[in-house]
Ligand binder design. Structure first.
Ligand SMILES: [Zn+2]
Length: 238
């Protein structure tokens, strides 16, 4: 099955790990070599029967004979492939196993988050790491100010849930303390340190007791902003 169809091999990478997929030229559908995908991005050596015998997944799978770019010989290879729809369901439901060291687990979670992000998948399971910007509506105002003005945040940003407050922040030194090369599990705010805002004016207000004013700026009510600005000035803000 599938041998008479034409596929075009394409390379892609997630977090600097390169892999390949096949583009089915007739349909524009992508097919991913399943065991390679599981091994490279999800650190799994699953027996493919787990998926082949599962009716949720098997309809998205097929055997394809192709020129394996990793093979030293010119002979064709046959392997099981899964299409984007199947990979999508797999990434929604996969859970990271508890095996291995804490550091290995972090690595696995980061790759899972990045892979989910690559496919635009939001997990059905609670995760310590995610690859997309979380809903900020419940965040404190200063966090929102810092996050929405952080020009380093992009589609590749990995977000980690703080072990203390439970909110997700970009997993880097701006939001998590660094101790001898490792980032802490608690966000800076939970370590009694403030995030730094890229907007210099907001940061200045923050440094000079301007939190009420910042809050009005966040609410974007002009009259209230002016009122709060006068108050801040009269208290010697500048
Ligand atoms: Zn926290």
């Amino acid at each position: 099955m599938g041998d008479d169809m034409t596929y075009k091999l394409e390379e892609y990478s997630i977090l600097n790990v390169k892999s390949y997929r096949l583009l089915e030229t007739a349909t524009g559908e992508y097919w991913y070599p399943l065991s390679l995908f599981l091994r490279k991005f999800l650190f799994r050596n699953n027996n493919l029967n787990t998926y082949r015998d599962n009716e949720i997944y098997n309809k998205y799978m097929r055997v394809i004979e192709y020129d394996n770019p990793d093979s030293a010989t010119d002979t064709k290879t046959k392997a099981w492939f899964m299409n984007t729809e199947g990979i999508f369901i797999l990434l929604q439901n996969i859970k990271i196993s508890n095996s291995g060291s804490a550091r290995e687990r972090v690595s696995k979670e980061k790759y899972l988050a990045a892979t989910q992000n690559f496919f635009g998948v939001v997990s059905n399971n609670p995760q310590d790491y995610i690859g997309y910007m979380p809903d900020l509506s419940n965040y404190d105002v200063w966090s929102i100010m810092c996050l929405t003005r952080d020009t380093d945040i992009n589609n590749n940003t990995i977000w980690k849930r703080c072990n203390n407050c439970g909110f997700y922040y970009p997993y880097n030194k701006k939001y998590f303390m660094e101790n001898s090369g490792y980032l802490a599990n608690k966000c800076k705010q939970c370590c009694n340190l403030d995030f730094v805002c890229e907007n210099k004016r907001l940061q200045y207000l923050h440094n000079h007791n301007g939190l009420d004013l910042i809050y009005q700026i966040y609410l974007n009510d002009k009259d209230k902003i002016v009122e709060e600005l006068k108050k801040w000035l009269s208290e010697g803000g500048i």
